[in-house]
Design a protein around this ligand. Structure first.
Ligand code: R5P
Length: 315
């Protein structure tokens, strides 16, 4: 069975790209996405000058008038990548691109959605606005939009595809899932993700309560009267970064008698130190989606992105 992009003639009503440009860190996921869209693959090469400025060159550099073009780039460790992205977007615009779409499986800077103290930048709006100035459409997976109603609001009202990862996680767990498993979200904000997972699995679930006291310091409270003695637990969270949330939750679950604990992270932003912290807290396995390249990747997202854009399987 092959996936084939179905393309209508009018670029105004479609988002499936004719060409997908990637950076050297795009990996096999970017190539898989391009292939499923039956798009030409292009590259964005980055040259670093001795003074640390960069020059971006897109190849092929042929006229792209009337074309829908996507840049595929996951934006973890984002600062340098954002500058490179702006340069690539303008280089493609100069080739006459009709519609320029950003496919960013991980969209950064979404957590700071308000000024929590006077003088703080609202990074979500700044970075969203910056991207909206350069791109006509945005595709991302499970963005951290807890207090913001829609991704489009972050993207200056332009079209934005916010693809939930819960059903993909549920489908991945399905064949090996113990019916006694309990799915747990670390906080109320994880409810939609958890619900999508258990929609597929049909297992029981609950949410913990989290209070964040600092970058790496969180307090977690479990619901009263839990009965999870020896039950396998799967924790799902959108982002795992310092590992503090998962480690604190895992310790609380173990104190409550939990059996084996597995973690599914949509965006694995954590390092080995955090992995060690989570393991010492009682986490046995950590799995993640390919939104961010990571040693724990095991759930590919190319199909999810294609489905979100309307690339369907007609072969
Ligand atoms: C917070 O609202 C997010 O959903 C994650 O729980 C959080 O970003 C995890 O961060 P860390 O791993 O640093 O605790």
């Amino acid at each position: 069975m092959t996936h084939r992009g179905t393309k209508s003639a009018n670029t105004a009503d479609r988002w499936i790209p004719d060409a997908v440009y990637t950076f050297s860190d795009g990996g096999s996921e970017a190539a898989a996405f391009a292939q499923k869209c039956r798009a030409v693959i292009g590259t964005c090469d980055v040259h670093r000058f001795p003074d640390a400025e960069t020059l971006v060159t897109v190849t092929p550099a042929e006229p792209l008038a009337g074309r829908v073009v996507a840049i595929y780039r996951s934006l973890h460790e984002p600062n340098a990548k954002l500058v490179e992205l702006m340069l690539a977007a303008d280089a493609l615009r100069a080739l006459g691109v009709q519609k320029l779409v950003l496919v960013a499986p991980y969209l950064p800077y979404m957590r700071q959605d308000r000024a929590f103290k006077p003088g703080q930048a609202v990074s979500q709006m700044t970075i969203g606005g910056l991207l909206a100035d350069k791109f006509d459409g945005l595709v991302t997976i499970q963005p951290h939009l807890h207090r913001t109603k829609s991704l489009s609001a972050v993207f200056k009202g332009k079209p934005a595809f916010d693809l939930g990862a819960g059903r993909t996680i549920g489908a991945h767990m399905q064949s090996t899932c113990d019916p006694r498993s309990v799915v747990v979200g670390p906080d109320e904000e994880s409810e939609a993700l958890v619900r999508d997972v258990v929609d597929i699995l049909g297992t029981s679930w609950f949410l913990a309560r989290k209070v964040r006291r600092g970058d790496t310091d969180v307090a977690i409270e479990l619901p009263q009267d839990l009965s999870i003695e020896n039950h396998p637990i799967t924790i799902v969270d959108d982002i795992v970064s310092s590992g503090g949330t998962i480690a604190t939750l895992a310790k609380a679950l173990k104190r409550a008698g939990a059996g084996e604990i597995t973690v599914y992270a949509v965006h694995a932003l954590f390092d080995e130190r955090a992995a060690d912290l989570m393991s010492k807290a009682g986490v046995s396995k950590i799995r993640s989606l390919t939104t961010v390249p990571h040693a724990t990747n095991c759930v590919a997202v190319a199909d999810l992105i294609c489905a979100g854009l309307g690339v369907h399987n007609d072969g």
